[in-house]
Design a protein around this ligand. Structure first.
Ligand code: GLC
Length: 584
C-alpha cells in the first residue's frame, strides 16, 4: 500500500515535472518563434529566370510575369541575387549604384511593381546587399581615385607607392590572385579581395558606414523583408596590414573573416537600421568556427539573425565523390550547436556552387529524379530556414561545358587564364569545372520544351542545358510524380507541421555510409526521416530507440506503399521517406 502510494506520488511528481519542462521548452520555443524561421526561401537568380524583352538576359518584368508560378510553389520568401546598377563584372556583385536598378533588369518602377506583386501573393522579398566592395564604376570609387585628397578617398583601402610594395593579399578572382591593383593617377594600390573591378569598401570610415546605413533604410522603407549580407564577414580589415604566414590563403576565412571591428559595425548597423524593422538578416559566410557563427547571429548579440555557413558546401567538391558520413557529421555538428541559440540557413545549392543533384545526388538518367527529390527532402526536414535554389525544384543538373568559351563566370575564366599562364594542366582544370563551376547553376530556368526553354526569344546570355526538353515546368506540372510536384508537396508538408521547423533534431546510425536517419521532435510530435544516399536497394533496420509501431507515412519519393514492420524497412535506390511516429 505504502509502496503504491509512493509510486503514485513519484509518478505524479514526474508528470508535473515533465509537463512543466515540456511547457517551459514549448514556451521557450514559442517566444523564439519568428517568421523568418518558419519561411521557405526560394533563391531566384534574376539573370537566368525569365527574359521579357528578348535581349537574352532575365529581368524584373520577366519575374513579374511568373509571380503566379512562385505562388504555386508555396514558398514564403524570394531572395533575389543583386539587381542594382552594375557593369556585371561579377554578375551584379559589383554595384555601381546601390539606389538604382541594373539597366538590363529594368527600372525602379518595375521593382516597385515586383515588390507589390510578391506582397499581394503573401511572398516576402529578400535583397542581396553587397557591402564588402562596390564596383570600380561606382561614383565613390571614381571620386576616390581622382586624387589623394578627394573626400571619397577613404571610402576605399589604398597603399601609396612610396611605402613600397604592399603586404601581399590574396584575391579570389584575380588572374594573379593579387588583391592589390596599381592605380597610376594617384600612384597607389587599391585593395580588391574579389576582381579588380570590385574594390573593397573601407568600413573603418564612419562616413561610408553612415552612407551605407542610409541606403539600407532606403530599401527597407520601400518594404523589403530581408537582407542577405554578401561576403560581409570580410568587411572589417586589419589595417596594420601585417604579413600572413606562408599558405594562409588555404585558410582564407580564418585570415579574412571576422576582422577586428566586424562585430562593432554589425552592432552599429543593427542599432541604426536593422532593429527598426522586422526583417530576416542573413550572414553569408559565418567565420571559420561554430563560435564565429554564434557571435554573428545569437539573439543576445543584436547583430544578424541567421548564419549561412559553408561547411556543407565544402564537402563534395571532389568529382570522385564524398562520404555521406562527412555530410551527416557536418549537419549534426551545426544543428546540435545551434539547438538552443542562434539560427541556421539550410541549403545544398546556390549561384556559387554546382547543382545539388550533380554534387550530392546522382544526375544519371536513372537516378536524377529520385536523388533530386531525396535532397529536397533533406533540405525541407532539417531544422533551420530552407534556402532553395531556383531550378532545383525541377531537378536541374550541371550543364558541364566542354569549352572555356561557353563559360561566363569571372571565377572560372580568370582561373583558366591563371592555369594557362602557369603552364599547369588545363584539361584537368576543365574537367573539374564541369563539376564545380558556378555557371552550372546559372544556366537559364527551364520553363518549357520550346526553343530556349521558354526563357528568352533572343540569344540567351549563357547556354541552356539540353535536358530542358524533358526537365521543364510545363512537363513537370502535368506529372504528379515529377520533381516539381514533389517539391510543392513537401513545402506544404513543412508548412503544416511546426515540428519540421522547430523540432529537435536527433541523428541515428551516424557511421552508416548509405543511410541518413534522423528524427525531429517537438512536444508530442515526432517525425522520422530516412534517406538512402546510395544506388543500392536493401532492408534497413531502424534503431530500436525509435518507436515505429504506429508510423504513418507522410511523404515518399517513390510511388507505392512502403512497408515498415518491426523497425525494418526496405528502401530502394535514393529512396527518401518521412514518417510521423510515436514518442518512444
Ligand atoms: C558572394 C557571392 C558571390 C560573389 C562574391 C563577391 O560570395 O555569393 O557570387 O562573387 O560574394 O561579391
Amino acid at each position: 500500500m505504502r509502496n503504491s502510494i509512493g509510486l503514485t506520488f513519484t509518478c505524479l511528481i514526474f508528470f508535473v515535472i515533465n509537463c512543466f519542462s515540456q511547457q517551459s521548452s514549448n514556451n521557450n520555443k514559442a517566444s523564439r518563434a519568428a517568421w523568418w524561421k518558419e519561411a521557405v526561401v526560394y533563391q531566384l537568380y534574376p539573370r537566368s529566370f525569365k527574359d521579357s524583352d528578348g535581349d537574352g538576359v532575365g529581368d524584373l518584368k520577366g519575374i513579374i510575369s511568373k509571380l503566379d508560378y512562385l505562388k504555386s510553389l508555396g514558398v514564403d520568401a524570394v531572395w533575389l541575387n543583386p539587381i542594382f546598377s552594375s557593369p556585371n563584372d561579377d554578375n551584379g556583385y559589383d554595384i555601381s549604384d546601390y539606389r538604382n536598378i541594373m539597366k538590363e533588369f529594368g527600372t525602379m518602377k518595375d521593382f516597385d511593381e515586383l515588390l507589390a506583386g510578391l506582397h499581394k501573393r503573401k511572398i516576402k522579398l529578400i535583397l542581396d546587399m553587397v557591402l564588402n566592395h562596390s564596383s570600380d564604376e561606382h561614383e565613390w570609387f571614381k571620386q576616390a581615385k581622382s586624387s589623394r585628397t578627394n573626400p571619397y578617398r577613404n571610402y576605399y583601402h589604398w597603399w601609396p607607392e612610396e611605402k613600397g610594395k604592399p603586404t601581399p593579399r590574396y584575391s579570389f578572382f584575380d588572374v594573379n590572385n593579387d588583391a592589390w591593383k596599381y592605380d597610376a593617377t594617384t600612384k597607389s594600390y587599391y585593395l580588391h579581395y574579389f576582381s579588380q573591378k570590385q574594390p573593397d569598401l573601407n568600413w573603418e570610415n564612419e562616413k561610408l558606414r553612415n552612407e551605407v546605413y542610409d541606403m539600407m533604410k532606403f530599401w527597407l522603407d520601400k518594404g523589403i523583408d530581408g537582407l542577405r549580407m554578401d561576403a560581409f564577414q570580410y568587411a572589417s580589415k586589419d589595417t596594420t596590414w601585417k604579413k600572413y604566414p606562408e599558405g594562409y590563403e588555404k585558410e582564407i576565412i580564418k585570415y579574412y573573416g571576422m576582422g577586428p571591428n566586424l562585430h562593432q559595425y554589425l552592432k552599429e548597423m543593427n542599432k541604426t537600421v536593422i532593429s527598426k524593422y522586422n526583417v530576416m538578416t542573413v550572414a553569408e559566410g559565418a567565420g571559420s568556427t561554430l563560435e564565429d557563427a554564434h557571435a554573428l547571429v545569437d539573439e543576445d548579440r543584436h547583430e544578424l539573425n541567421m548564419a549561412y555557413h559553408f561547411e556543407i558546401m565544402d564537402i563534395g567538391n571532389d568529382p570522385r565523390g564524398y562520404k555521406l558520413t562527412d555530410l551527416k557529421k557536418a549537419f549534426t555538428r551545426w544543428d546540435y550547436s545551434f539547438a538552443d541559440k542562434g539560427w541556421l540557413a539550410i541549403f545544398l545549392s546556390n549561384h556559387d556552387v554546382p547543382r545539388m543533384v550533380s554534387k550530392y545526388g546522382n544526375d544519371s538518367l536513372q537516378f536524377r529524379s529520385y536523388s533530386s527529390k531525396l535532397l529536397t527532402t533533406l533540405i525541407m526536414t532539417m531544422r533551420g530556414t530552407p534556402f532553395y535554389f531556383n531550378g532545383d525544384e525541377l531537378g536541374m543538373s550541371n550543364i558541364k561545358f566542354n569549352n572555356i568559351d561557353d563559360y561566363r563566370d569571372i571565377a572560372t575564366i580568370n582561373a583558366y587564364k591563371s592555369i594557362k599562364a602557369k603552364g599547369e594542366d588545363v584539361q584537368t582544370f576543365m574537367d573539374k569545372q564541369k563539376f564545380i563551376s558556378r555557371d552550372n547553376t546559372r544556366t537559364p530556368f527551364q520553363w518549357d520544351a520550346s526553343p530556349n526553354a521558354g526563357f528568352t526569344t533572343g540569344k540567351p546570355w549563357i547556354n541552356i542545358n539540353p535536358n530542358y526538353k524533358t526537365v521543364n515546368v510545363v512537363t513537370e506540372e502535368k506529372n504528379p510524380s515529377s520533381e516539381l510536384s514533389y517539391f510543392k508537396k513537401i513545402v506544404a508538408l513543412r508548412k503544416s507541421m511546426p515540428v519540421l521547423v522547430y523540432g529537435d533534431y536527433k541523428v541515428f546510425d551516424i557511421e552508416n555510409p548509405d543511410i541518413y536517419c534522423y528524427t525531429r521532435t517537438d512536444g508530442k510530435d515526432k517525425v522520422l526521416v530516412l534517406l538512402n544516399f546510395s544506388t543500392k536497394a536493401f532492408t534497413y533496420t531502424i534503431d530500436k530507440q525509435i518507436n515505429t509501431t504506429a508510423a504513418k507515412l507522410l511523404i515518399n519519393n517513390y510511388n507505392g506503399v512502403t512497408a515498415l514492420t518491426n523497425n525494418k524497412i526496405s528502401l530502394k535506390p535514393w529512396q527518401s521517406v518521412v514518417f510521423k511516429i510515436n514518442q518512444p
